[in-house]
Design a protein. Sequence first.
Length: 282
Amino acid sequence: CDDGNPCTTDACDAKKGCVASPSKDGVVCAGGGLCKSGACEIGTKDAPGISCLAIRDVLKEQGKSLKSGVYWLKAAKAPAKEAYQAYCEMTVDGGGWTLVIKASGSAKTFVYDSSWWNNNKALAADKADYDNSEAKLASYWTVAFSEVRMGMEYKKVRKWLTIGVKANSLYSVVADGKYRAFTKNAGRSAWKGLISGSTLQKNCNREGFNNRTNLSNHAGIRIGILGNEQSDCSTPDSRIGFGARGDVGGIDKNMPVGSAASYGGDNGNKSVKADFGWIFVR
């Protein structure tokens, strides 16, 4: 017999039926947690989860309330001593979202050519909460996912979109600089709706990671969409997303979060820099 609890030892008794006894404390249970008093403890410093999704699933299975906040995480095969903190969004769009990056639109920290995209070093690891303080958490190179949720704040209004792509980590699809398409695009309209006043040329509309050409002055974006006035993607002059490059036609090259277009942007030739941006994975 099996009561479905990974932290109990089950035995079948002829008179009592299925009898469950608490497993030994410290036994590894679901999602990287540890058994404690017959229940799976997860998301704490002593029992970090492997992702916010894993924590969500365990808490949901136990019938506990799902609360957004800072939890303890670790890489799947790492010891608990390598645990780190990250904000978990547990109530929006199904919950289980792990915060990875917080980027200011007014800084150059996360422009396209910043080394922060290429390394597995944390930035401001102590600022793991969902706020407007820049950070890159260890979740950037430790949390596997199938979806990326991105948000931009502009003039105190926050807007969001989600793309689909399966990866071992965000680092694994960004750091080497190779272009990778999303498996499920958000679509032009969703990107345009991510920030008020956005502008994008009407053609190309290619989405992906490390989305650029070999022409360094033309538009490029680490995670986002490109536009062009011509019917191809060879010389893009517009972009929306995170981690921008290129100053063709006078667009702002120092734009880590936002939208910019020249040569026929559908809402004018301009640069619209977001105040702040967040990247979550699940």
